[in-house]
Design a protein around this ligand. Structure first.
Ligand code: 5GP
Ligand code: MN
Length: 341
């Protein structure tokens, strides 16, 4: 997967099929759908795909349940993001990007369409839910899959699309640090930089424009950290009312869990957002061996081996003992070499 095959393509089968699909969409109207609480890979891939489709003669609009986070606005330029409520979706075919399953966009978005026509993604838990599925579970980012298929088809990638795809790859690899950072990731990132992606500008927007509210949120999170399972797990909590108290928004939680993950000896890290009647959990592993997607699936969530999440139907205090039990048995299973993959 890290190098081009004998035909000079990244994807022997996917790319020609994607070329045929994009041809077939000419003259049609397409909604490029992203997931709830969109991240860099989601927004970057949506912007890039919308531009590619327009260049190929298709009307395209990006559709998301939640707004584009402030730090990602620089990727959007004149791209319009529609939200369910003001936008009805009549006559539009739905193309999902970075969504492992049809519920990831949020039910409000899912229900605008009669199913998904296309699914472009890289999650190992992807359920191949669309009429046409373009999924590479070995890819580091949806943006990587999209960039590789675009290069294979010799499509022009303009500087705005290049920046979106670059940011998708940079953010989903944790700035090229996670184990998913393959030689192909660097190769594609270099090609995108030559087409106009600007890594320095991107990191300035992404990481050097923090608000004071975000720092207050970080303070709350850090002071809540607790070690469990003999120091192999570190869990932080955002109690109810944290957002009101700090002035931070939901998007400011991004990256917090990494402080718990980077402690020496910690194999699994978690951030738990107490919402009163439910708990949103975000899980990270330092190594794919710890398959946090399996742990998340115990609570009807999912994701990748190193990054996963779930929403449990109980407040944090009630949920925590249950989570600890699942965590302990997950460690036992991983340590004994058992599991599903
Ligand atoms: P985050 O922790 O950044 O919100 O999400 C990390 C990854 O976990 C996401 O890319 C997504 O694949 C997965 N994920 C997060 N929350 C959920 C969830 O509620 N359900 C499922 N199926 N996956 C989730
Ligand atoms: Mn992604």
């Amino acid at each position: 997967m890290t190098r081009r095959n004998n035909h000079g393509l990244y994807y022997d089968a996917l790319s020609p099929a994607f070329g045929t699909l994009v041809d077939s969409l000419r003259g049609k109207r397409v909604a490029v759908v992203g997931h709830a609480r969109p991240d860099g890979d989601c927004i970057g891939s949506q912007v890039a795909l919308a531009r590619l489709l327009r260049a190929a003669g298709t009307e395209a609009v990006c559709v998301n349940r939640d707004p584009v986070p402030r730090r990602l606005e620089f990727l959007c330029r004149d791209e319009v993001f529609a939200a369910p409520g003001d936008w009805k979706g009549d006559g539009y075919l739905a193309v999902a990007v970075d969504c492992a399953d049809p519920d990831r966009p949020g039910v409000e978005v899912r229900d605008l369409f009669h199913g998904f026509e296309v699914n472009i993604d890289h999650h190992i838990s992807n359920t191949a839910y669309a009429a046409h599925n373009f999924v590479d579970r070995a890819a580091a980012a949806t943006a990587e899959v999209l960039a590789a298929m675009s290069f294979d088809n010799d499509w022009e990638i303009d500087p705005v699309a290049a920046q979106g795809l670059y940011v998708g790859m940079a953010t989903d690899t944790g700035q090229f640090r996670f184990p998913s950072t393959s030689p192909r990731v660097f190769e594609i990132a270099a090609r995108l930089q030559r087409l106009g992606a600007d890594p320095a500008l991107a990191s300035n927007h992404l990481y050097e424009r923090e608000s004071m509210a975000k720092m207050k949120l970080l303070e709350t999170f850090l002071s809540s950290l607790r070690l469990e399972c003999d120091g192999r797990a570190c869990i932080g909590v955002l109690p109810r009312g944290t957002f009101e108290k700090t002035g931070a928004g939901a998007e400011d939680t991004e990256g917090l869990v990494d402080y718990a993950r980077c402690i020496e000896g910690v194999d699994i890290a978690a951030i738990m957002e107490d919402r009163g009647d439910e708990t949103k959990g975000s899980l990270r592993a330092g190594d794919a061996r710890f398959r946090v997607n399996d742990l998340a699936s115990a609570f009807e969530g999912g994701g990748h081996a190193c990054a996963a999440g779930f929403t449990a139907g109980k407040g944090f205090e009630q949920f925590y003992p249950e989570f600890l039990k699942a965590l302990q048995s997950h460690f036992r299973e991983v340590d004994s070499g058992g599991g599903t993959d």
